[in-house]
Structures are given as structure tokens and as C-alpha cells.
Design a protein around this ligand. Structure first.
Ligand code: RTP
Ligand code: MG
Length: 141
């Protein structure tokens, strides 16, 4: 399996719970490396553009409202099969359906406030990484 990069966001609910360190530790223990990271507060345009694929969905307004409700931590994770590995560590979108031991099972309460985002394909990873980071902000190790 090839080395990949994926975009991860620790969402406002998990930041508010002081779970940044616990979540990043899970990535590192699973063999993923943080090669870029920043904390920021998204505005409506930045959050809406990020989730543009969901623009017509009924939950879009709530999703943007939630993602702008507090600071987030955005990271690029690098490692073998990083995209699928991150999605596995995250668990299902709805924390009630997330496998035990996954980040969403352990830190998320609802489908709206579900602790983390992860790119879902190589194409979305490429777009999402470029959405938040310039090439000079990514430090391969
Ligand atoms: P994410 O993009 O945040 O990593 O989540 P995901 O791939 O697991 O799920 P996705 O289908 O991309 O949906 C993005 C976010 O929208 C909210 N959502 N609500 N009420 C609903 O049916 C519903 N479906 C999705 C979730 O907060 C999800 O993380
Ligand atoms: Mg998604």
C-alpha cells in the first residue's frame, strides 16, 4: 500500500472537550504522522466551501453552523494507506453506529457534532489539503 496524505479536522465539539491531544495520539499510535497542523476559526464561506459537495443537502446549514461554532484543528496526516486508515480510526458518521474504540464512538455525541472529519478519497484529500495548506506549510518527515 502506498504512502498517502489525508486531511483531518478536529471539530469544534472535540476541541471544546479538550480532546485534541487524545485524538492526535490515536493517529500517531496507528502509524500516521502529523506533517502539517493549524488551529483556526472557520467562517461561513470557508466552512461552506469545504463542504460544497453537501450544499443541496438538508443538513448543510446546520453543518456550516456547527463547523463555525468554535475553533477547529486542521491537520495533514501522512502514512501507509492514510486515507482509509484515518476513516477507520474515526468510525461511522453517526457516533451511535460507530464501532467501539473509534474516535467518534469515544468522543462524539451526535451525527452533527461528530468530533472529526477525514478525507474520503484520494481526490478529496488532494482538494482538501490544498484548501487549507500551501505546499510550504507541509513538512514531510
Ligand atoms: P466528514 O465529511 O465530516 O468527515 O463526515 P463523513 O464523511 O463521515 O460524512 P458526510 O456524508 O461527508 O457528511 C458530512 C457531515 O455532515 C453531517 N451529516 N448529517 N443529518 C444527516 O443525515 C447528516 N448526514 C451527514 C455530519 O456531521 C457529517 O460529518
Ligand atoms: Mg465526508
Amino acid at each position: 500500500m502506498a504512502t498517502q496524505r489525508t486531511l483531518s479536522i478536529i471539530k469544534p465539539d472535540a476541541v471544546a472537550k479538550n480532546a485534541i491531544g487524545d485524538i492526535i495520539a490515536r493517529f500517531e499510535k496507528a502509524g500516521l504522522q502529523v506533517v502539517a497542523a493549524k488551529m483556526l476559526k472557520l467562517d461561513d464561506d470557508k466552512a461552506g466551501g469545504f463542504y460544497a459537495e453537501h450544499k443541496e443537502r438538508p443538513f448543510f446549514k446546520d453543518l456550516v453552523g456547527f463547523m463555525t461554532s468554535g475553533p477547529v484543528v486542521v491537520q495533514v496526516l501522512e502514512g501507509q494507506d492514510a486515507i482509509a486508515k484515518n476513516r477507520e480510526l474515526m468510525g461511522a458518521t453517526n457516533p451511535k453506529e460507530a464501532a467501539p474504540g473509534t474516535i467518534r464512538a469515544d468522543f462524539a455525541e451526535t451525527i452533527d457534532a461528530n468530533a472529526v472529519h477525514g478525507s474520503d478519497s484520494p481526490e478529496s484529500a488532494e482538494r482538501e489539503i490544498a484548501y487549507f495548506f500551501g505546499a510550504d506549510e507541509i513538512c514531510s518527515r
